[in-house]
Design a protein around this ligand. Sequence first.
Ligand SMILES: Cc1cc2nc3c(=O)[nH]c(=O)nc-3n(C[C@H](O)[C@H](O)[C@H](O)COP(=O)(O)OP(=O)(O)OC[C@H]3O[C@@H](n4cnc5c(N)ncnc54)[C@H](O)[C@@H]3O)c2cc1C
Ligand code: SF4
Length: 509
Amino acid sequence: MVGAEYDFDVIVIGGGAGGAAFASACASAGKSVLIVERGPRTAGDPQPRGERQTFVEKLPYDDRAIEVNESPLRLFMGGVLGGGTSVYGAAMLRPSREDFTPGRHYGTLLDRSLWEWSVGYEELEPFYDEAEELFQLASNHEDDFGPLERPKCRNNSTLLPLAPINQRLIARSREHGLRPFRLPLAIDTQRCERCSACAGFLCPNGARRSAAAVIQEIVERQRVHVMVNAEVEQLLLDCGGPRTARIEGGVRGVVIRDRRSQSSTTYRAPCYALAAGAIGSPAIALKSGLEGPQVGRNYMMHYSPLAAGVFAKPTGGDESFIKQVGFADFYFGTPDYRRKMGIVQSLPVPGPLMLRKTGMRRWPAGLVGSLRRRLLPLVGIVEDLPDPRNRVFLKESGAIALAHQFSRFDRLRGAFLAKAMRRVLRRAGAVIRLTKQFPSQEHVAHQCGTLRMGADPRSGAVDADCRMFGAPNLFVVDGSVLPTSLGVGPSLTIIANALRVARIACRDA
Ligand SMILES: Cc1cc2nc3c(=O)[nH]c(=O)nc-3n(C[C@H](O)[C@H](O)[C@H](O)COP(=O)(O)OP(=O)(O)OC[C@H]3O[C@@H](n4cnc5c(N)ncnc54)[C@H](O)[C@@H]3O)c2cc1C
Ligand code: SF4
């Protein structure tokens, strides 16, 4: 219960995947919770859905220009309540158990302290179950997920029917010995309009489950308060002022700026959760003077080669939902390169503007339209490895900056995975196969690693309970804490881990 000197039991910074899950578990444990979200509640009324509004004006995305390798960019990171989940593809996969022991696959490429995560799959397993329930995941119980852990919610009656092109992709791939599966999706079939523009866009009717919906539900039922357009500028540290290695009491307040009035207010709680995303959270930590050898370091985002098959007949992807199929056959390598990689999954067909951006600038509209009608795109998710030189840091002005390069090893695995993806498309009947090694530095969807878990402050920024070293009442519950990037999209793991950490935080409070 809130003491006289506190405004809430818990203050959660960031209303995305990790923040919403953490807040939901704390609220269920009877805590009063404040969620502080930098973005607005929605990106407009009606919600912007057009390709130009979404990918050129980037209305649903974070409105800060962030320097990436010295070029200012507006990044594709969710910037409204719900964070990344307001625009994500809702494909929520459990990783393989082996993702938690990276030393088995990368040995000498990783520091010894990273050979095993501080928390194993067994410890997280019950929270994956909870996370799947919280996000109302649907999956197909007949599918073989290969090395990936199986989803628990096996409610295939709530899966969207397979598009004909995906039926063909699955059948042809099985004939060639592959084990494609239907992507577990957090999408409500009853409400879904099966639009071609899904991942990357705001959902028109809430069919795609988001962190904003989770927050809305707990606000209605529990003692939860949400502030939107409210940016956390700084955490106030208990003693010693900024830049001390150890702060005994931890955080004693949070300075929140109302982005409309520009006024700042301090709120207090005995417990704080940092969930501003793997770029936002280390920036707040650094601004607050919470420094350490791993703070802001080891930024990862997946190396993601793209391959698109052009079919003789229309695929339907230009007018309907086709992001439905996954492959884990190459998780531990392709036939010609036996190194750990990650999954392959289908993608929506890009709109005309995005296609033009990929080199078809001068193509007549009719030709672009004809190509779109015949496309089936796939994306590979290559588990990029942590490198301390890839980092989030603050410029002298206080602005956030990123330094990031993929390693030769990441690119090499990406090239082999792209080759395997082309083969899959050829076997499915694609007459032409196009590839692009990597979308761009703007596509930071799977950002993680910048406040990673570790045994001590030398190897991590937070401990196994995701408690910040040097600030015992501050938990980090977003993608920042992942020590390695996994071979699947990170959202389910972020949510499961946030639920686990909430249990610890509530027990201690
Ligand atoms: C286009 C797209 C498609 C994706 N598809 C998938 C998919 O299919 N499967 C999958 O697993 N993952 C997918 N992802 C990734 C997934 O959405 C993210 O991994 C996940 O949302 C990250 O959760 P998080 O809690 O770390 O951060 P976020 O969900 O990004 O939440 C961070 C929140 O903090 C807020 N914030 C930032 N700074 C401050 C501040 N100073 N004060 C207050 N609030 C602040 C942000 O506005 C944001 O709302 C996709 C992402 C994108 C962008
Ligand atoms: S396809 Fe369904 S889940 Fe996706 S944006 Fe459209 S209505 Fe929402």
